[in-house]
Design a protein around this ligand. Structure first.
Ligand code: FAD
Length: 305
């Protein structure tokens, strides 16, 4: 028994915490890929999140955090230790003036809908991004010329020793698909976003048009983790990949989408090993043709089989 599974019954007794052991991560990722996590912990309040983190730290068990699993590839050997999943558990949105405060597990989709209902503008760019609020902050998710950093006022997180800490925007080190949370061990718990009053119909229309555009350009119905690579300076990874003739390349059931070359889709029973091999091959093709090394945007976690 791993130290993590030994802690499972202790965690299961906490209020507002659900615990699963030996849980396949393929069920919790949009790629539909990934070996089992020793422990999957789902807290539905910020207090429960802080307590769970303290319990894991006291047992010296490594904790990693996920939201909706739409930007991660979990290796086939799974994850030793605990995965704390916030999406679908730690949810809720409140309005204070023109600020919306959302818990980290809330979906971006629900947040965009709420903006439209409330007549608040600023998050239209995010329509159709399938992640949670926490994942969107960590990644500084963006599209259509906007990014999360544009609207963030503060973020509340839980430190590795279970303390709740509020960080103002200027401490968050936002950059292109980057925030300070990639370099510290905090769990993002709550986020305040400053928005602008607008006509609800206009916000609904902008959300609808953004989603339509996304459906035309991306393989949204197929399992993937979004764009595999970041854009290099002054260029687009998708353009380089397309011109390097990678569309349709395949390893096992992992295939470069024929609709958008920066997406790898799982066309059946792809393994993480298939995806990683394909990533290496297409990286090499772009390097051979353009001399550019594409850097991964997706987060790769866990152990090899
Ligand atoms: C079809 C498709 C289209 C996409 N389009 C876009 C796009 O246009 N723009 C874009 O930027 N992204 C896009 N993505 C990628 C992805 O949806 C975003 O990056 C999203 O913000 C990730 O959120 P998530 O909750 O799924 O995060 P996850 O995939 O669960 O996690 C991503 C990272 O954040 C960390 N994390 C998640 N939640 C927390 C938390 N509460 N506290 C601490 N760490 C946390 C994880 O450890 C991991 O490192 C797309 C993905 C798909 C599948």
């Amino acid at each position: 028994m791993t130290p993590a599974t030994e802690l499972a019954s202790q965690l299961a007794q906490l209020p507002d915490v659900t615990v699963l052991t030996n849980e396949p991560m393929s069920v919790h990722t949009s790629f539909g890929i990934g070996g089992a996590a020793d422990l999957l912990v789902m807290p539905s309040s910020i207090g429960a999140l802080a307590t769970a983190i303290k319990v894991l730290a006291s047992g010296d068990v490594n904790a990693s955090y996920i939201g909706n699993g739409t930007n991660i590839l979990v290796r086939d050997g799974g994850i030793r230790g605990a995965v704390v999943k916030l999406s679908g558990a730690l949810t809720g949105i409140r309005r204070h003036g023109n600020t919306l405060v959302a818990r980290a597990g809330e979906s971006l989709g629900a947040l965009c809908q709420r903006c439209a209902q409330e007549g608040l503008s600023g998050l239209e760019f995010a329509a159709g991004i399938p992640g949670s609020v926490g994942g969107a902050i960590l990644m500084n998710a963006g599209a259509n010329g906007g990014e999360m950093a544009d609207v963030i006022h503060w973020v509340e997180g839980v430190t590795a020793n279970g303390q709740i800490q509020r960080c103002p925007r200027d401490q968050l080190e936002f950059g292109y698909r980057h925030s300070c949370f990639q370099d510290n061990e905090m769990a993002i718990a709550r986020v305040a976003m400053q928005l602008t009053p607008a006509d609800p119909q206009q916000v609904y229309r902008a959300l609808y048009e953004t989603v339509q555009k996304r459906c035309r350009r991306q393989p949204v119905g197929q399992p993937s983790a979004g764009c595999i690579f970041k854009h290099p300076a002054d260029d687009y990874a998708g353009r380089l990949l397309e011109e390097a003739d990678t569309k349709g390349m395949r390893v096992g059931d992992a295939m470069v989408s024929s609709k958008h070359a920066n997406f790898i889709v799982n066309v059946g029973h792809a393994t993480a090993h298939d995806v990683l091999q394909l990533i290496e091959q297409i990286q090499q093709k772009v390097h051979d043709k353009f001399g550019i090394h594409l850097e991964s945007e997706i987060r790769i976690i866990g152990e090899d089989a």
